[in-house]
Write a protein of this length. Sequence first.
Length: 710
Amino acid sequence: MKGGVKLFHGSGAAARAYVEADRSRADEYYLGADQAVAEYAVIDATGEVTAARSLSADEYEAWVDWVNPDTGESMGTPRKPGKVRRGSPLFAEMTINAPKSLSVAAALHPDVSEALDATQRDAAREIQHFLGQHSVTLAGPRGAQEVLPVEHMQTVAITHKTSRAGDPHRHIHFQIGTRVWAGGKWRALTTAALTLVMRDREHPGDVFDRLATMGLVTLHADEEAAREHITAHAHDGEAITVATNDEATELNEHIRAGRVERGEVDDTMTTTGSDGLSIGAGDLIQTRKNSSDLGVANRQQWIVQHVTDEGSVYAREVSGGGKHSRTVALPAEYVSEWAHLSYAATAYGVQGATVDASHTALSEATSAAGVYVGMTRGRQQNQLHVVAADMADARARFVEAMERDPADRGLDHATAQAIDAVQGLVSDGPVQLITEELARLTAEAERAERAAERWEQTAARFDAQRATHKTEDDEHADVLRHAEDEAARIRAEIAEPLTVQAEADGTTYLDAVEREAAASSRLATVGRLGRRKARAEHRQTSEHTRTVRARVRETWGEPPRTTDTLPEWAARQAERRAEADPRVIDAAQHVEAARADRDELRQRHEQERRALLVSEYGPQAVMRHRVGMRLPNPAQQAGQAHQQATALRAEADYLRALPIRDAAARIETTRAEHEARQQALAERERQLREPTERDPRRNDPRHDGPARGL
């Protein structure tokens, strides 16, 4: 196994494009030389394969998009990616590898090739067997979900004989479908059930086996190798959980050294944090003491922007993000006592965080709570790192950690113990306080999630309307453009011969005028002996000019004046004649009809937009919008609602992980801070009202104020 389990969030078309890439190479990079691209199998709850066959490219694409290859029915509708959330994971993939030396030997020796192929197929079969017996899903409403065993699930295997570079490399891309049959319907295969079992500490060996099967366990030879691996593979924004502050310090120092080497952290101007490690521009730090004067809170994370000569730190808030993030100035004294690097942290430091991926380092000091918190931070992937000789050794260490600190099994276990111990001695004690707060947080989170869903539906309706309108706009624009192009073509086709004719007639006319002028000139200068002939010539040219002028006027209107203006005159007269042609008139009418249709479409679109705005926001909000007030952005509102729900559930998880007294104290502190903010807000509103209350003219009905006019 290599690389753990990766979730694919793309589409069937994208997966198919990858599978079919380079498929025509001589070494048959992908499975089969015919139309088959993948081997499909159905596994039942005992781990046995109940059906198996090859999939064509079309069938494979459909399977990725949740279409059952056996029946053609849909197994569900994947969530489309949005601005806030990624699309549904369509399958989980792990890679079954072999050493490069075996791949090379298999390419040279048929016997080795056959044995290696059989071994990799056996490995895939073992994974299928284990998945069928141990895969679970969740059913029921949030907060009351039950774990259901999977009745049957689907896998796909794609065999590669070479790397994409063409080198021998035998491996199988083993893909696990994320739709499973359980409880009479198709459901999502999820690791959430596994985290519930992990939290309850029931059967820790089985939990480890499931983690290992899903590729979520990485073995390391020693602690130094583990630190090296995490440093190389952890990305910005991912959570790294360790058991103790000393472990966090060691790993933070290692990660920082790697970032300095890559040029991501400036090590030329630094100060020293409370952990004794250097802090420079680009470092991720955490503040450990609330300070309203500095604007920081305990366990708040920051990115260092600048370190001064005196050791003060300017840092940007991590959670703010973008243009809304805050920047604070931390004095050198505060940094040295209450700030430290925060690439890795203990379970207390990462509680409440929700990130794309997480890494949890298992050591002799790791407790079950630490494993649960660390392995539930990632939305997409949670990797467990264990220093062990082999999987059996790692399993034993995991079981030992899960059985450590048996007295601290979270709030559910503590609540049950408290009830047994005091038989409901107090109804308003810390357990009751925490129970009520958890119920409130859950209700508010569900309310926020419902609001997010409503806003997402609103955004989807606006997006669908915009897409429909754009399609119709484009279609009408094409029709209008075609009509205009056709009208121009017809006009040019008719005007071209008319222009030639007009130029010829104009030239004839100007030649006649020129000859008449020449005859007139000769008549004026000729002697007595040649006057009769000159007079006859002049009369003849004058009559010819009159005849040509009359013909030009009848055909083209006013004749041209000079040879310089003849081309322009000919084009103008030809265009005028062309406009009267029935074909040009008909084409112009088609253009006007297309423009009228376009204008009618725009008017209809505007009416539909107003109708949808009224439907989503109400008539009053739309009226305010028309006078300049902004309407809510549904996508932005959905994102904010999701963030609120995430924060509420994170707070609930944090409370569950705390000892009862600590959880109750946190609730009381939070409520006191909230009440103080409310009082401050009320005081501020009172101060804003006071000037109005002190000004008698503002409330004096006899004071009319300035007259209004234009």
